[in-house]
Structure formats: structure tokens, C-alpha cells
Ligand binder design. Structure first.
Ligand code: SF4
Length: 349
């Protein structure tokens, strides 16, 4: 294989292998662009197994683009609760509204229009256009970059624009008429046989005879990546306050991390029990008792929250907070995972 080109036979090797080995996944039942779009957005940063249930529930509630465009924010966040990266679902709705207003509710069929929708980058546009419409548009994500870096035995960090461009161009040159199957075959190889965080299973790979990483014994050490940025640590004290069977919640600000979602009241820093009681007094909450305190950690892309959760019974439902029953919290309020970690430890049932 020449440096940074791919053999034109790559589709011939991959397509029969894919037909025989593909996993049965809910979003592989049809080629409806709305379905592929929703699945691709959910699969960003989230494992396949975790996405399956969300995908089925989401489409049962919002079966088409006009339904998504018209969905209220709270109901939408509830459907996404626990998946994280909530800007993804807000962009889904914005894009659905744009499809309704600009394209009469019909998903556009050309790459430029798809790429112009909110929340759709080159990867997602490439995936939708190839899988739904058989356009020769590569979908180059971490899985595909890893496979090609290994095929080439190329130590260039895969998270550089240079490598992404080289892989995209090399793939464009070999795309077959069955573009959708080829995209999915590459994704499948990168998710299974040539998977992340472990040595690849080269003897089972349809490209083994042509892979330089396998031939040179370097595949397991590839791909190279740029050094990771350190995550910022933030401490928080989170209050899980209960009064007459209801819990105190408030909405997060409309911009920034977890924008517009619900949260338990919280303050920066780790408070001692004495300081926590003092603060609850300042909030006119007059705690009758502090029940327990637990620590939890939640990791975002660039930030780590180190949290102390303080559980308390209070005597009054003050108007600064929204007081919800457990049923309301479970069915209506989208509570991000960082706070759900504490909700799961409440004894309200
Ligand atoms: Fe990946 Fe091994 Fe296949 Fe090369 S031969 S593409 S390293 S699984």
C-alpha cells in the first residue's frame, strides 16, 4: 500500500465481511435519514449498548421531524436524560425546525445542505449522506481514523486536521456505489475487530493481508494521539432537601454547562456540616436534621465535579426553589447524571 492511499479493493474486502458479521442494531433496520441522524447524534460520546433504549424511546415519542421540531424543551430533555451533552438534543430540535421551515419537513439530500444544519459536522453529514442516500461522503470518526492509521502504520496523531484530511481524501478515492454499506462496514470494523483500547483481532480481519500495522507488529500501539488537556477540578456541595415528600430543585441558567436543565441546589466548594447548616439557615430553610452526606464525582469533557451531597429534612417549602414529588422528578424533570447520582441515593420510595 502506498503512503496515505487506500487500495481500491478495500470495499471488496469489507462489504462481504460486513454482511456476515454486522451487529443487529435498531438503527440498521431502515435507511430513513431521520433515524440515521438521531442514532448518529446519540452515538457521539455514548456506547452502543446505552444508546439502544434511548433510540427506541425517542422515536416512539417523536416519530418524525415535525414532531421533533414541535417538542417542548422539558419533554425533549427528559427523553435525553442520562445521555449527557445536552447541546446535542437542543441542536437536533433546532435542525428539525430548520428542516421544517426551509425544506418543508423533508430531510435534505445533498451534503452541503445537511452539513449546514445545526449540530451536524463533517462526520455526521458524511454518515447520513452515505448511509441514507449512498453518496460517496466518508464519515471519519475516531474508529475510522484508528483503522486507517493501523492500515498505514502511520504514527501521526489522529486528532490532527492533517490526519483527518489525509484519511478523508484517501477514502473518497475508493468509495463504491454501495456507499452506505461501505461506511457502515468501516465503522463496524473500527468498533469490533479493530476496536479501541485493546489489541486488534487481526487474524479475524478482512484486511489482514494488506495491513502494514499488522505486518510490522505496530497495530496495538496505534493510533497516536495528541497529549490530553488536564481537566479542571471543581468542588461543589449539593443539597438534597426534602419537605413533606417533595424535593427542592431549581433550573440551571439558560447558557453554559447543562443549560436549562434541573438541578439540586448547590454551591461552589465543599462545606462542612456546620457550614451547610448555616447556609440552609440563610436560605430560611431551618433544617430539622442533616440525614447523611455522601461524595460523588462526575466527569465532563473538560471538567471534573467533586461533589459532596448533603441530605436534609427541612421545615418549609421556600419559594426560591421548585418543590417536586418523586413522581414529578422521575417523569417530568430532566435531571442530569451529575445530580441523578444523588437522587439514586434518596429513600423516597
Ligand atoms: Fe486493524 Fe488488524 Fe485489521 Fe489492521 S489487520 S485493520 S490492525 S484489525
Amino acid at each position: 500500500m502506498d503512503a496515505r492511499t487506500l487500495p481500491p479493493q478495500l470495499p471488496q474486502w469489507l462489504l462481504p465481511w460486513y454482511e456476515q458479521n454486522k451487529r443487529d442494531l435498531p438503527w440498521r433496520q431502515d435507511r430513513e435519514p431521520y433515524h440515521i441522524w438521531v442514532s448518529e447524534i446519540m452515538l457521539q460520546q455514548t456506547r452502543v449498548e446505552a444508546v439502544k433504549g434511548y433510540y427506541t424511546r425517542f422515536l416512539a415519542a417523536l416519530p418524525d421531524i415535525p414532531a421533533l421540531a414541535a417538542c417542548g424543551d422539558d419533554a425533549l430533555h427528559k427523553l435525553w436524560e442520562g445521555l449527557g451533552y445536552y447541546s446535542r438534543v437542543r441542536n437536533l430540535k433546532k435542525a428539525a425546525q430548520q428542516i421544517v421551515s426551509a425544506y418543508g419537513g423533508v430531510f435534505p439530500r445533498d451534503y452541503g445542505s445537511v452539513r449546514g444544519l445545526p449540530g451536524i459536522g463533517p462526520y455526521t453529514a458524511g454518515a447520513i449522506c452515505s448511509i441514507a442516500f449512498d453518496l460517496p461522503t466518508p464519515a471519519v470518526d475516531g474508529n475510522v481514523l484508528r483503522v486507517v492509521a493501523r492500515l498505514w502504520d502511520d504514527g501521526t496523531p489522529i486528532d490532527t486536521p492533517e490526519m483527518k484530511q489525509a484519511v478523508t481524501q484517501a477514502l473518497e478515492a475508493v468509495y463504491p456505489a454501495q456507499a452506505g454499506l461501505f461506511t457502515q462496514a468501516l465503522m463496524e470494523l473500527g468498533a469490533t475487530v479493530c476496536g479501541p483500547n485493546r489489541a486488534p483481532d487481526c487474524p479475524r480481519c478482512p484486511c489482514a493481508a494488506h495491513c502494514l500495522g499488522y505486518a510490522h507488529g505496530t497495530a496495538a500501539a496505534l493510533p497516536a494521539k495528541l497529549p490530553k488537556r488536564e481537566k479542571r477540578q471543581e468542588e461543589k456541595t449539593v443539597f438534597i432537601l426534602q419537605c413533606d415528600g417533595c424535593f427542592a430543585l431549581r433550573r440551571r441558567p439558560p447558557k453554559g454547562l447543562l443549560a436549562g436543565l434541573w438541578e439540586f441546589p448547590n454551591v461552589p466548594g465543599t462545606l462542612t456540616p456546620e457550614a451547610a447548616i448555616g447556609l440552609l439557615g440563610d436560605w430560611n430553610l431551618r433544617p430539622s436534621e442533616l440525614e447523611k452526606s455522601i461524595t460523588r464525582k462526575h466527569i465532563f469533557t473538560h471538567i471534573v465535579w467533586e461533589m459532596r451531597g448533603i441530605y436534609a429534612q427541612v421545615r418549609e417549602k421556600t419559594p426560591e426553589f421548585t418543590w417536586m414529588t418523586p413522581g414529578e422528578i422521575d417523569t417530568q424533570a430532566a435531571l442530569p447524571t451529575a445530580f441523578r447520582l444523588f437522587w439514586e441515593e434518596t429513600e423516597h420510595v
